[in-house]
Design a protein around this ligand. Structure first.
Ligand code: SF4
Ligand code: SF4
Length: 375
């Protein structure tokens, strides 16, 4: 295997990853991800002699949505290129988000301030390949960059969570509430992280697929370091480099305390969308509980999507998922994590919601497949 080469599970598979290193594949195993997701893990024993795959080079300075979708789906920031390619919507808005999605991460802000030329190049590529979409740059309200991104409209995002989430941005800045049965993309809004736009710009300028991810690492004292690591690097290697010692029962959170998920092994790799890694000392970890809901109402008052969370949680706990969706607005949830954060009974509501949505989507696709087979 060589650096930059596409890896697919079988010939003609449209899903792929890009090898971030040169070496020998030592294992291909089923992988259980977070919130019920399933995938495949591929281990590569790296070689010291790096070889680079040249297939993307022919697209240097010749950008197109097809080549972007064919080669750049897994670049840092994981741009939604497939959705853009498949979209039949004419009037599109591409929002380049320089505001971080969750607390403690500064990855996107770092990208905006340190990758200006790459982002400008990426914006011109995106303008071309998205068929002349309106491009808008979303910056945190604390960041002022007048004149740095000429000809691009800028919007200012509140630093209060969850203002940087796509549903909140469409509501606050485009006067559009995304209906519960639609996605942002189905309503014409495509969200790209600032880092992914910089990576698109670099890819077409250099003719090489970018494979290094910027990550905010927060250590046990709450101190932050910005690092750049190859996609696929185990987080244990990153801790080693930063002299962070992980003990048993320390908590490792990927992508933020509100909407992130826990890593249970130091072999967990940096993914194209890993923006932050937080490690909490085992003595400071606040665990979720199996206490019952006391109907305090805090979750309802804080929910930005007006979900009747106290009722929803009862159906999720009873695994009555269809009722949760039909009667208690499961699909209106915009996944901000605030309900879990404020819950005085420490019920992992956000995790229940994510798993329920995943299981319902799985049931839908199984039913659709069964119907197809019966036809
Ligand atoms: S995560 Fe909780 S608070 Fe946030 S939108 Fe969903 S139900 Fe509401
Ligand atoms: S915050 Fe927790 S305890 Fe309070 S109503 Fe909501 S689910 Fe129940």
């Amino acid at each position: 295997m060589i650096t930059g080469k596409k890896i697919t599970l079988y010939d003609g598979d449209e899903n792929y990853v890009i090898s971030p290193v040169t070496g020998t594949i030592t294992s291909i195993l089923p992988y259980s991800g977070n919130f019920g997701q399933k995938g495949t893990s591929i281990c590569i024993d790296t070689s010291t002699n790096e070889e680079i795959d040249k297939h993307f080079e022919e697209y240097k300075n010749a950008s197109s949505i097809q080549s972007a979708d064919d080669f750049l789906q897994c670049i840092p920031g994981m741009p939604p290129l497939k959705l853009l390619l498949q979209s039949t919507i004419q009037a599109k808005t591409v929002v380049i988000c320089g505001a971080d999605l969750d607390l403690l991460s500064t990855t996107r802000q770092y990208a905006v301030t340190s990758m200006i030329d790459s982002i400008i190049k990426g914006i011109s590529v995106l303008t071309k390949i998205s068929g002349g979409s309106k491009i808008v740059l979303a910056l945190p309200e604390t960041m002022s960059m007048p004149g740095k991104f000429p000809n691009v409209k800028t919007i200012s995002i509140s630093s209060k969570h969850p203002a940087a989430l796509p549903h909140m941005i469409t509501k606050q800045h485009f006067n559009t509430i995304i209906p519960e049965d639609k996605t942002c993309e189905e309503m014409g809004f495509f969200f790209f992280s600032a880092e992914s736009v910089a990576a698109i710009g670099d890819a077409y300028t250099n003719g090489q697929i970018p494979l290094s991810k910027i990550v905010t690492v927060v250590n046990k004292n709450g101190n932050k370091e910005m690092i750049s690591a190859k996609i696929g690097t185990p987080i244990g290697e990153i801790f080693k480099g930063l002299k962070i010692f992980a003990n048993e029962k320390d908590k490792i959170i990927i992508n933020g305390p509100m909407t992130g998920y826990c890593a249970y092994t130091l072999e967990q790799p940096i993914m194209p969308d890993t923006d932050s890694i937080i490690i909490q000392d085992r003595d400071k970890v606040i665990s979720s509980s199996d206490y019952a809901c006391t109907n305090c109402g805090k979750c309802i008052r804080i929910c930005p999507a007006n979900v009747p969370v106290n009722l929803l949680v009862r159906f999720l706990e009873a695994n009555e998922l269809e009722e949760a969706a039909d009667q208690y607005d499961l699909h209106s949830c915009i996944e901000c994590g605030l309900c879990s954060y404020v819950c005085i009974s420490k019920i992992p509501i956000f995790q229940y919601i994510k798993i329920a949505k995943f299981e319902l989507a799985l049931m839908d696709s199984e039913n659709a497949m069964e119907e197809e087979n019966n036809d």
